[in-house]
Design a protein around this ligand. Structure first.
Ligand code: SDX
Length: 433
């Protein structure tokens, strides 16, 4: 970040206050208002953080107006096309694409840390079989801090590195165990001869009774889906991880907090909600009724998988996800998926409707992901688990950046108070009936 000679002048309380303007490499400048309270005894007010930069970061850049997403400067389209999730993890964590030796060291480290402490498998039996998988994920990922004490000292760079690699390695194992537990099948151990995505599909869909061969086309699709979900600037769950980390909480607890936040249907839970919405619509003939519901201010219904706080253009990930949906359906010989027909038609209608056009509401990553994940064999309740699995590397990269920032302080926003002014205690006898 570079300080500029430019200043913003605020006229407040009869005073002229100069606020420094800071420039990034690309994207909007920021007005540094950190001295505002000291100078004017006033706070800024921005409840949804629509105009607030919470931090300086070098990891991911989004241009919402242009529909651009860069991981460490590389366009998501190029990484999805030419790269894979393991090298995307390396890129997000260390800032550059790995060379051959770096990739081998990193991939070997991840591969050889995919097993979890055997005693952790007892955690699952404490849940009902029909527990939502995200409830299981929040609980078991948080519990990792109970098993890996040797990597919870956030001030030790070596322990931060070990914890980072442990979580990237173990989240697929925990996610697969969560799925197996929900369907009453035995857990399948990770295999070191398989790639990250193939190993995950094997742990989810293999059974002890017969060999399971991973379909390379489906594994490639799964790997690309992980890349698309890996990071996304300061979204709600990433901001949760940063805020939790700013208190010095251990990394496992911070990631569990991120999983909890991602669960919400306005955020990562939208992929599950979007597929349920498409299933509820059921047929293209029903689309107009649901478009009307989405536009009706008195109806809480929203088109799930549509709209975004930052993208006011097409989410670049949605385009790649749509292409992946077609690839997977074709590989599986699914000629026509009625839900895909509904999704494509719904998108066409919405993108021409004035209500969506003037609000710049476009499909986001969650609109097509459910169709692909369902075709891969996952139940809708697992969709956000897969999002959390992939986003773990982004959360960790952002958490490390925050911890390693020399100016890092505990995050502690203030408020506009509109409650009762001071008043004296009222004894029961005077409180009326
Ligand atoms: C993710 O932040 C990230 O980066 C998140 C994410 C990531 O990778 O981490 O990209 C992942 O969370 C994607 C978003 C998934 N959520 C959904 O698909 C749920 C449906 N979308 C909406 O709930 C909504 O669009 C949000 C939550 C995504 C964005 O909310 P905002 O920015 O607060 O937008 P808003 O509520 O202020 O909406 C502006 C207008 C409103 O109408 P008016 O009051 O101006 O008349 O657009 C309307 C909204 O009612 N609107 C919608 C709509 N989304 C917004 N109307 C119908 N359907 C929708 N989906």
């Amino acid at each position: 970040m570079s300080e500029t000679a430019e200043k913003a002048t605020l006229a407040v309380g009869g005073k002229q206050l100069d606020m420094p303007i800071k420039k990034g490499t690309i994207g909007p400048d920021v007005m540094d208002i950190s001295s505002l309270y000291a100078q004017a005894k006033m706070f800024t007010f921005d409840p949804g953080f629509t105009s607030t930069a919470s931090c300086e970061s070098k990891i991911t850049y989004i241009d919402g107006d242009e529909g651009v997403l860069l991981y460490r400067g590389y366009p998501i389209e190029q990484l999805a096309e030419h790269g894979d999730f393991i090298e995307t993890c390396y890129l997000l964590l260390y800032g550059n694409l790995p060379n051959l030796a770096e990739r081998k060291e990193f991939e070997d480290a991840i591969t050889h840390h995919t097993m979890i402490h055997e005693q952790m498998s007892r955690f699952f039996s404490g849940f009902r079989r029909d527990a939502h998988p995200m409830a299981v994920m929040v609980g078991t990922v948080g519990a990792l801090s109970a098993f890996y004490h040797d990597s919870t000292d956030i001030n030790d760079p070596r322990q931060r590195e070990i914890a980072s690699r442990r979580m990237i390695a173990k989240l697929p194992t925990i996610a697969a165990m969560t799925y197996k537990y929900s369907i009453g099948q035995p857990f399948v151990y990770p295999r070191n001869d398989l790639s990250y995505a193939s190993n995950f599909l094997h742990m989810c869909f293999a059974v002890p009774c017969e060999p399971y061969k991973v379909n390379p086309v489906l594994a490639r699709a799964m790997d690309r889906i992980f890349t698309l979900h890996a990071d996304h600037e300061q979204n709600a769950s990433t901001s949760t991880v940063r805020l939790a980390g700013s208190s010095g909480a251990n990394p496992f607890a911070c990631i569990a907090a991120g999983i909890a936040c991602l669960w919400g249907p306005a955020h990562g839970g939208a992929n599950e909600a979007a597929l349920e919405m498409l299933a509820e619509i059921g047929h293209v003939d029903n689309i107009p009724k649901y478009i009307a519901k989405a536009k009706d201010k008195n109806d809480p219904f929203r088109l799930m998988g549509f709209g975004h706080r930052v993208y006011k253009n097409y989410d670049p990930r949605a385009k790649i996800m749509q292409k992946t949906a077609h690839e997977v359906l074709q590989e599986l010989g699914i000629k026509d998926d009625p839900l895909l027909d509904v999704a494509v038609e719904l998108e066409q209608i919405a993108l021409k409707d004035e209500y969506f056009v003037e609000r710049k509401l476009y499909p986001n990553i969650d609109f097509y992901s459910g169709i692909t994940l369902r075709a891969l064999g996952f139940p809708t309740s697992m969709f956000t688990v897969l999002f959390a699995l992939a986003r773990t590397v982004g959360w960790i990269a952002q958490w490390r950046e925050m911890i390693e920032d020399p100016n890092q302080r505990i995050g502690r926003p203030r408020q506009l108070y509109t409650g009762a002014t001071q008043r004296d205690y009222m004894p029961m006898s005077r409180r009326g009936k």
